[in-house]
Write a protein that binds this ligand. Structure first.
Ligand SMILES: [Zn+2]
Length: 423
């Protein structure tokens, strides 16, 4: 089975390609890349006027499977990924049961292989049942196929346990993904602390709840000389802490979500529960700092924190609504907005969604050299469309971007040479 993608503008940051290029795929792998290719016996995909990129990678996704399939499952979640141009996702362990045992890792990998429309890389829990008391069996979990460790959704309160987690994870070559939050500073807060919270009469979460925790994780990574990846940085201070840590050689990377570089806490007005997430939407100064971090390389990846919830879990009083929004299907257009705004280049945008996240979780994806698996996304960066939450591929519809005019979309998504989505 051969596929010939011709006339497209290939952006493959890892191989430093940003030009008109044809790609030949056979048996799921890239067999040739170049301007003067021919292939008479292949299925031809004409990508004239479009961008061709390695399949996008989102290293922060909640697939809700096993146990919470009424919100999302591996089939629906990976279909949403394919529709977003995403061919690889790392899924977080706060499922039921938690991803803290080999059978759960195997269940996810097998189900994704059999029925999925994207590659799925499980992130296993740092602590058993994510309770923060006892370390998970990291060696076994890594051997079973997990790519990183995280108690995402809750912080590991014990500095001692986190120290051991760093030490063990590093011996298995996996990063710790930190959910940086000091719960004692969060208290009963449910949105960013500031003017908007005061006006709405809602309890606030101060920026220091994130910054203080980010600082601890950086210090522990530095102390143990281990790899830290900070999830969803949302404050000016967190970005600066990571910047300084990188400058002195700490093995740290971090990610930002599209909502944190697009929206501020103003979106909460009207008690909009689809603007409730953790970390919360912050101020314009924080949004600007995150954008600056993306531009100067402090932030290594764009990741969505795709967090599907049932409408009944959002259609309640703001303070008790669950945190999070679906993010996969809005990642690409919101990232292309940064390019149009002159914050990052097109090349940077693709790197932030391909080779850079791939390097963080250590997977052989995110580039299209000869021999690479042909995960590939064809993008129209300027295609205009209106987001209708009801039409999302994801099972859940909790997005603050309903009704927004989006620019940029995946036109076709190939997973190992096979079309898994076509617009
Ligand atoms: Zn988190």
């Amino acid at each position: 089975m051969k596929v010939f993608v011709k006339n497209g503008h290939l952006i493959d940051p890892k191989n430093n390609i940003d030009s008109l290029c044809n790609i030949l795929v056979a048996d799921g792998k890239v067999t040739a890349v170049g301007a003067d290719l021919r292939a008479d016996d292949a299925e031809v995909i004409d990508a004239a006027g479009l961008l061709v990129c390695p399949g996008l990678i989102d290293i922060h996704v909640h697939l809700r499977d096993p146990g919470l399939e009424y919100k999302e499952d591996i089939i629906s979640g990976t279909r949403a990924a394919a529709a977003a141009g995403v061919t690889s996702v790392a899924c977080m362990p706060n499922t039921r049961p938690v991803i803290d045992s080999v059978p759960v890792v195997e269940y996810i990998i097998n189900k994704a292989r059999q029925y999925g429309s994207a590659n799925v890389y499980p992130v296993a829990a740092i602590s058993q049942a994510m309770k923060g008391d006892v370390l998970s069996e990291m060696g076994e979990l890594k051997a079973a196929g997990c790519v990183a460790f995280s108690d995402d959704g809750v912080p590991v309160v014990s500095g001692e346990l986190m120290r051991r987690a760093f030490e063990y994870a590093d011996t298995f070559g996996a990063p710790i993904i930190a959910h940086a939050e000091d719960l004692s500073l969060v208290g009963e807060g449910c949105m960013n602390e500031g003017e908007v919270a005061t006006e709405l009469g809602l309890k606030g979460i101060p920026w220091v709840a994130e910054d203080a925790a980010t600082a601890r994780e950086i210090m522990l990574a530095e102390f143990t000389n281990s790899r830290l990846h900070v999830a969803h940085v949302s404050t000016k201070g967190s970005v600066e802490l990571v910047r300084q840590a990188k400058a002195r050689g700490v093995r740290v990377t971090c990610e930002a979500t599209p909502h944190h570089f697009t929206l501020t806490d103003e979106s909460v007005r009207g008690y909009n529960t689809n603007a409730k997430m953790n970390p919360p939407l912050r101020t314009q100064a924080d949004v600007d700092a995150v954008r600056c971090g993306l531009a100067d390389g402090t932030i290594d990846a764009i990741a969505t924190d795709h967090a599907p919830h049932h409408v009944d879990e959002k259609n309640v009083e703001f303070a008790i609504a669950l945190n999070g929004i679906v993010g996969l299907e809005t990642m690409l257009p919101l990232t292309m907005n940064l390019v149009r705004d002159g914050i990052i280049s097109r090349h940077q945008a693709i790197a932030l969604m391909t080779c850079q996240p791939a390097a963080i979780i250590g997977i052989d994806r995110g580039s299209l050299e000869v021999g690479a698996v042909a995960d590939l996304t064809i993008i129209d960066p300027d295609l205009e469309w209106t987001l209708d939450a009801g039409q999302l591929t994801s099972k859940s519809k909790n997005t603050p971007f309903d009704g927004w005019t989006m620019r940029g979309a995946a036109i076709r998504t190939l997973l190992a040479g096979r079309t898994v989505y076509q617009r």
